[in-house]
Design a protein around this ligand. Structure first.
Ligand code: PEP
Ligand code: MN
Length: 275
């Protein structure tokens, strides 16, 4: 059956019709706030094992870490590839964490899916239609990041490519858009959360790390994301943030993450009890 275009869904999705993605020990959807945390890139076996232990202790349920990295410069670290995926999986398994990592090439979809629980399509590939169709054939959830110049409509149409190919488990991620502002890396569009939740039944999460590019902004924007009704957040965390090979400026410490978690829970409680 052809998926109805997103424009036809311009009404509030009733809470009982929202998509909830079930894993063995965790769900992603409206009944919980999912905390996805980990480094921008898997840099080494010891770095990802150390990070996994720290983010698990803080309360994260999903470990992130890029192995195939979309870098602006071809001379920058491109990721460890399959070796990185092996380390990511092993580190997560040690703590019962789920994993997410990006795939950039349709030819790598099966390889990445063999290692991770959630396959990520990054901002730069949101309209890579061959890639969207390829991840649409998976039986694993896909975390689809909003293109940095994409409208809500274009974002939703990109998700429809995955849904139409037969994969119902798409998680939408707002990660900031490019505007005239230059002090932040991107402008985090918090309005995307209630807007997307009114247009689709899919879970919506927020990435305040890429959304701002500045680690000082990450706690406040995380709380804003929760207050706006996000089903989760994805944050970049490193045992020694300044030593991160990629995206050091926007990477927070495990200590900061630990301090954020009770505030996130309090914000969620406040919003839930008032609505
Ligand atoms: C990432 O999450 O690793 C990433 C590269 O993010 P984005 O695609 O949003 O730039
Ligand atoms: Mn990054």
């Amino acid at each position: 059956m052809k998926a109805a275009p997103a424009s036809k869904h311009r009404r509030s999705c009733p809470p009982n019709q929202r998509r909830e993605i079930d894993f063995k020990n965790h769900c992603i959807g409206p009944s919980c706030v999912t905390l996805i945390a980990g480094p921008c890139s898997v840099e080494s076996e010891s770095q990802i094992f150390e990070t996994a232990a720290l983010v698990f202790k803080a309360g994260a349920t999903v470990l992130r870490g890029g192995a195939f990295k979309p870098r602006t410069s071809p001379y920058d670290f491109q990721g460890l590839g399959e070796e990185g995926l092996q380390y990511l999986k092993a580190a997560a398994t040690a703590h019962g964490l789920l994993t997410v990592s990006e795939v950039m090439d349709p030819r790598d979809v099966q390889l990445v899916a063999a290692y991770v629980d959630i396959v990520q399509v990054g901002s730069r590939n949101m309209q890579n239609f061959a890639l969207l169709k390829a991840v649409g054939s998976l039986t694993k959830p896909v975390l689809l990041k909003r293109g940095f110049a994409a409208t809500y409509q274009e974002f939703l149409m990109a998700s429809e490519y995955i849904l139409q190919a037969g994969n119902p488990d798409v998680i939408l991620c707002e990660r900031g858009i490019r505007t005239f502002e230059t002090m932040t890396r991107n402008t985090l569009d918090i309005a995307a959360v209630p807007m997307l939740k009114s247009l689709t039944h899919l879970p919506v999460i927020v990435d305040p790390s890429h959304g701002t590019g500045l680690r000082e902004m990450v706690p406040a924007m995380t709380y804003a994301a929760i207050a706006s009704g996000a089903d989760g957040v994805m944050v970049e965390v490193h045992p020694r943030p300044d030593e991160s090979i990629s995206d050091a400026q926007q990477t927070i410490s495990a200590q900061t993450l630990m301090e954020m978690v009770p505030v996130m829970a309090a914000v969620r409680r406040a919003v839930m009890s008032a609505s």
